[in-house]
Design a protein around this ligand. Structure first.
Ligand SMILES: [Zn+2]
Length: 266
């Protein structure tokens, strides 16, 4: 395993471009600001980058994620003959949940929810509506790839507490429990993809319950796409027979193991 500083490694987008891919970053998050600058650095490496709106992290007015769909449609049309790699950076179900879905998706009500306090049930209902809308957006994205040899990966950047532990709301510094550590991930393969790459479905299914950390995603992606680079490490690819499922998963000063959060040094 290498211990080079991070900036001596090549990023995913430069690798993909060298492998002949057209890379595109389509985003419904901010262009700049405390949470915008890091994703923007990756967006800047892509052949194409488009944002639904131009604003910074401090802005509280956002567009709904479906605003990405016309951007995706335009790009797919313009790059129909290319090998394409898209990142669609959704707002998803980030706080403020109520601002994430249009009124037609207001299906869940506070009385449908389990939390103890009324204000907590309001948050839970809004979160469930945001999830419902997110399902709609992800489905619309998948529809655009149904007639192609394509694979769609849905992955969140963190879990979320919606008073699941009775106390905490949100993520990051707020609370420290499995609701934030466990991240939803979904991989969808088109019919053409299953037919053209027969081993892929089995390879992906076999990985479904393995303990993984998203910081190794670059290795998993390169493995799926069969791209070889000197820095590729099969022990870090979820889809490799060499995958090291004993790698410790450490966040801040805690280890996450078998669903438990264990403070380091305890
Ligand atoms: Zn986030």
């Amino acid at each position: 395993m290498s211990n080079k500083p991070w900036y001596l490694y090549t990023n995913l987008f430069d690798i993909l471009k060298a492998a002949g891919y057209h890379t595109a970053w389509l985003s419904n998050q901010e262009v700049t600001g405390i949470y915008g600058n890091v994703p923007r650095a990756y967006a800047d490496r892509c052949n194409e980058k488009k944002f639904t709106t131009i604003h910074d992290t401090e802005t509280t007015v956002y567009e709904f994620d479906e605003k990405l769909l016309p951007l995706l449609d335009d790009s797919l049309k313009a790059n129909a003959s290319a090998k394409n790699f898209y990142v669609l950076h959704l707002l998803g179900t980030h706080l403020n949940y109520r601002a994430r879905y249009p009124v037609e998706f207001e299906i869940f009500k506070a009385e449908d929810e389990p939390a103890k306090e009324a204000f907590q049930r309001d948050f839970q209902a809004a979160y469930d509506n945001a999830i419902l809308y997110n399902d709609f957006v992800v489905d619309e994205i998948i529809k655009r790839f149904e007639d192609k040899d394509a694979l769609v990966i849905y992955m969140a950047d963190h879990g979320e507490d919606v008073f699941d532990d009775g106390v905490h709301l949100g993520h990051g510094p707020r609370g420290n429990d499995k609701y934030q550590y466990e991240i939803p991930t979904m991989i969808w393969l088109s019919e053409a993809c299953k037919k053209n790459h027969p081993a892929l479905e089995q390879k992906i299914s076999a990985a479904k319950d393995l303990p993984f950390m998203t910081d190794d995603m670059i290795h998993a992606l390169l493995d799926l796409m069969k791209i070889e680079t000197p820095d590729f490490d099969s022990r870090k690819s979820l889809f490799s027979e060499d995958f090291d499922s004993t790698r410790r998963r450490i966040y801040k000063d805690n280890e996450y193991k078998d669903g438990e959060i264990i403070p380091l040094g305890s």
